[in-house]
Design a protein around this ligand. Structure first.
Ligand code: SF4
Length: 356
């Protein structure tokens, strides 16, 4: 088996952004953070064992907001994670570690701890910073916690860190475009402000109205709007032109980078390579017998009750396996990993195609 990528979901945020429909929790404390991280290592260890220790190609810490983890706790976590991945340095280094952060919770100490623990184990460290906009009224409209000052401070912290980082370090920044109140000039300003910091990569995300979000409610009530298709086209064309002029290449749908600075982790998804997802709400795509299957982890409450001492990738006794002709999938409405861990059914086949 080729080394899978590893995605670690850190489902903790300080507040809720109005457009967000990812899985995250805002009610947490240090004990919950530590327990969740500990559990995710148990989960990883079990997957790794069952897959026959294939090595890991890239690691991505996403969320949620990984930068809410206190620096010391994050350092300790990465130290234990890399010891497991590399089996006490007998396995090759990981090609890339990506860490997501939000401006208001990023600190120099956080970056230093990560770098200290990854310098021996990773070829590149990549920080993915959620800038989204520099305009105070757009940040407010998106429900972002960070202020414009927080964003400039975080960018300066990252740039200063880069100049003396103990391993190759790349900075990627996210921008969101398409808020109803955003003009072309606003977006041009956002791009120019960001380009001043010369990040290695820029990800542009179109603001979409997701169900059951505060944004969806505000749009339904007529309190907010989002850009229509012609304006989205204009915003996108502006970005393509501006970033192209500054040497960025649009290497993936929403991602631009300087040559050679592309995210290696993202390629694992686009090339349909296997990946292990650990942590509450994470998703994995892994071989199950001769087929790839998608496995979704439950939320934090259920995740804390899972038993990682049992097989994760093998059916329990009495499981009939997939129906013929079923490519992959999962039972809708069931907490699949729970069922799988209880040893009753892998729970990863669509209800209408499961032979149970
Ligand atoms: S910080 Fe990210 S994950 Fe958390 S609510 Fe905002 S968009 Fe969602």
């Amino acid at each position: 088996m080729m080394p899978p990528a590893l995605y670690i979901h850190i489902p903790f945020c300080s507040s809720r952004c109005h457009y967000c429909n990812f899985y995250f929790e805002t009610g947490w404390n240090e004990r919950i953070l530590r327990n969740t991280l500990d559990r995710s290592l148990e989960e990883f260890q079990q997957y790794y064992r069952e897959l026959g220790y294939p090595g890991i190609s890239t690691v991505y810490l996403g969320g949620g907001t990984p930068s809410v983890i206190p620096p010391e706790m994050m350092g300790d976590y990465l130290s234990r994670l890399f010891r497991l991945i590399r089996r006490d340095n007998s396995f090759p280094r990981v090609m890339e570690l990506d860490v997501e952060a939000n401006p208001e919770s990023l600190s120099r100490d956080f970056l230093e701890r990560i770098a200290a623990e990854s310098r021996e184990h990773c070829s590149t460290l990549r920080l993915s910073l959620g800038v989204q906009s520099f305009q105070p009224r757009i940040l407010r409209s998106l429900g972002r916690l960070s202020s414009t000052d927080d964003i400039h401070t975080a960018l300066k912290t990252a740039i200063e860190f880069k100049s003396d980082a103990p391993l190759p370090f790349a900075l990627n920044c996210d921008l969101i475009y398409g808020a109803g109140e955003q003009s072309l000039e606003d977006f041009q300003e956002d791009l120019q402000e960001l380009l001043y910091y010369e990040p290695d990569g820029i990800s542009l995300y179109e603001l979409t109205v997701e169900e059951r979000t505060p944004l969806a409610q505000a749009v339904a009530a007529g309190r907010k709007t989002v850009a229509d298709a012609p304006r989205l086209d204009s915003l996108w064309a502006l970005a393509q032109e501006t970033l192209g002029e500054h040497g960025y290449r649009n290497y993936e749908i929403s991602n631009f980078s300087r040559p050679g600075k592309e995210s290696k982790h993202n390629f694992a998804y686009w090339r349909l390579r296997p990946y292990i997802g650990i942590g509450p709400g994470a998703v994995s795509t892994l071989p199950f017998g001769s087929r790839p299957v998608r496995i979704e982890n439950p939320d934090l409450f259920e995740y804390r009750r899972l038993d990682f001492g049992q097989n994760l990738l093998h059916p329990g006794p009495g499981c009939p396996g997939p129906a013929p002709g079923n490519p992959h999938g999962m039972c809708p409405g069931k907490p699949p990993k729970m069922l799988m861990l209880m040893g009753r059914c892998p729970g990863i086949f669509p209800a209408d195609q499961c032979r149970n």
